[in-house]
Design a protein around this ligand. Structure first.
Ligand SMILES: Nc1ncnc2c1ncn2[C@@H]1O[C@H](COP(=O)(O)OP(=O)(O)OP(=O)(O)O)[C@@H](O)[C@H]1O
Ligand SMILES: [Mg+2]
Length: 508
């Protein structure tokens, strides 16, 4: 019997039909993937299932019985669990405290600490999680926090688990580990709904896959009986072709010069004397296992970290002590890693969000006044060029789907004249067709003579785009290679602190 059945779910927002009669069944013991372009309606459907949104029409059935959820509390009581992408954990509390929070075992009025610990340890052991029960959440890497979220749902006896793009924030190794977890959840008789933009992840972990387009179900397949090519054609309504990296050109003048840079972040990660240059017409990529100083480097380049030594120059201007606004004025563009925290103002509309950071420059500003017609025209141009799915330029960006919010940030930063672009995870959460479009834009920026530093956890992205790859390990740059001179295996070794010499066949 189907553990979960959705029948004819429909949800309309002003100007968009986000879900248009969606029906879906997920049997117990299966991993069901949900895939579709940015704005296809995946997160909306999951919010309805989890009681966060009310559908305009349609029914939810669990084990054959119809349910209505007025809140996520109702959904949790009925056996649903959701693992959010931005985790809802308390940083200053332990793993056990976070898991039992709001559902604590009690002895009389008191929290039964021993029982809480025993139960959390039990779940953790059953699924091979090996969670550090007494560690503070703030000290845990992202992959472990995600496991805390999963255990939290299991502790509340979730039978159906929803994971909305769980791998977007994970390293490839963490993603592999998550897949093992999803398989064992299914093996325990639970149902898992897994949203991703990565076809190879669908093929690796799911039993069945449903493809959404424009709020409708296009197809549902047994994964064993379909192919990535077929799914991507169904998602987009066309064949997606991936362009080859354009031929390298002779790089021009030095745009960014970093010399002996030292800085520290709040979480203890450091930059320990980093030196490199990026030239005009060049894309340099930073590869590294997360947590090796990439975040501090980005913060130091953007003007958000306290630099304790060394220098940063942009086109010959020393900007080491300059704030973010001064660096932007000196030619910096920046796609930040976290679009919600640093990249967008949720209440603001697209017109405002596409102008933030350079509304002090012509042609948006003239004679001290913002020019509203220019602002709107500018927004319309960028929305069209980057294919942002939005009802109108006056729509609040907080209502955009994840991938469309990301495209908006990329559009803003590539839509203004800059000399240097710091691009952190520029395609995070973006669908495959749009990744290709963003890559083409980055390549065109390079062809115009821009210099790019790309920080990406996707080796394939670094390989497709970058002329050079710089490897970070424990706060230092341990290699600076031409992309064509290194294999993926060689890069992988360098990222774990071994030298490429340790690997036969990789250049030194
Ligand atoms: N609260 C809201 N108000 C208005 N429109 C909304 C709201 N939430 C979602 N939408 C719109 O509904 C559509 C579907 O969005 P949804 O977030 O479900 O897409 P998605 O498939 O999850 O996309 P992504 O892959 O980018 O995460 C989009 O056009 C989005 O702008
Ligand atoms: Mg989404």
């Amino acid at each position: 019997m189907a553990a979960l059945e959705l029948r004819g779910i429909t949800k309309r927002f002003p100007g968009v039909l986000a879900n248009d009669g969606i029906s879906l069944t997920v049997p117990a013991g299966q991993v069901h993937a949900l895939i579709g372009e940015n704005g296809a309606g995946k997160s909306t459907l999951m919010s309805i299932l989890y009681g966060l949104l009310r559908p305009d029409a349609g029914h939810i059935l669990l084990d054959g019985a119809e349910r209505t959820f007025a809140s996520s509390q109702d959904a949790i009581r009925a056996g649903l669990g959701m693992v959010f992408q931005s985790f809802k954990l308390f940083e200053e509390h332990t793993v056990v405290e976070n898991v039992v929070f709001g559902a604590e075992p009690r002895r009389g009025w008191l929290l039964d600490r021993r029982r809480a610990r025993r139960e959390v340890a039990g779940i953790s052991r059953t699924f091979g999680f090996d969670l550090p029960l007494d560690a503070l959440v703030r000290d845990l890497p992202v992959g472990v926090r995600q496991r805390v979220e999963i255990v939290k749902a299991l502790y509340r006896r979730a039978e159906v688990l929803i994971l909305d793009e769980p791998t977007a924030v994970l390293t490839p190794q963490e993603a592999e580990a998550l897949f093992a977890v999803l398989r064992s959840l299914a093996a325990s008789g639970r149902s898992v709904i897994f949203i991703t933009h990565k076809l190879e992840e669908v093929m690796a972990v799911a039993d069945r896959v449903t493809v959404l387009r424009d709020g409708r179900v296009v197809a549902t397949h047994d994964v064993a009986r379909t192919s990535p090519r077929k799914i991507s054609a169904e998602m987009t309504g066309r064949e997606v072709t991936f362009a080859e990296r354009r031929a390298p050109r002779a790089p021009g003048r030095v745009v960014l010069e970093v010399s002996g840079l030292r800085a520290a972040a709040g979480d203890g990660t450091r930059l320990d004397g980093v030196s490199f240059q990026v030239r005009a017409g060049e894309i340099a990529g930073i590869a590294g296992v997360a947590g090796n100083g990439q975040d501090v480097l980005a913060a130091a380049l953007a003007g958000h970290a306290a630099v304790t030594g060394g220098t940063v120059t942009l086109l010959g201007h020393d900007v080491t002590r300059a704030g973010n606004a001064a660096r932007r004025a000196a030619g910096l563009g920046h796609i930040p890693e976290d679009r919600n925290r640093d990249g967008t103002a949720a209440q603001g509309d697209a017109i405002v969000n596409l102008a933030i950071g350079y509304h002090r420059e012509p042609p948006l500003l003239r004679s001290g006044r913002l020019r509203s017609r220019e602002l709107r025209a500018h927004a319309e141009r960028l929305i069209g060029r980057f294919g942002v799915r939005i009802a109108s330029p006056g729509t609040a960006v907080g209502t955009l789907s994840g991938g469309n919010a990301q495209k908006l940030v990329v559009a803003r930063e590539l839509g203004r004249p800059t000399d240097f672009l710091l691009a952190e995870q520029p395609t995070r959460g973006v669908d495959i067709g749009s990744i290709e479009a963003i890559h083409a834009e980055l390549d065109a920026y390079r062809a115009r003579g821009g210099a790019v530093l790309l920080i990406s956890s996707e080796l394939s992205e670094i390989r497709n785009l970058c002329d050079r790859v710089l490897v970070m390990f424990e706060g230092r740059l341990t290699a600076d290679l031409r992309t064509d001179d290194v294999t993926d295996t060689g890069l992988g070794l360098l990222m774990t602190g071994l030298s490429a010499d340790d690997h036969q066949g990789a250049p030194s």
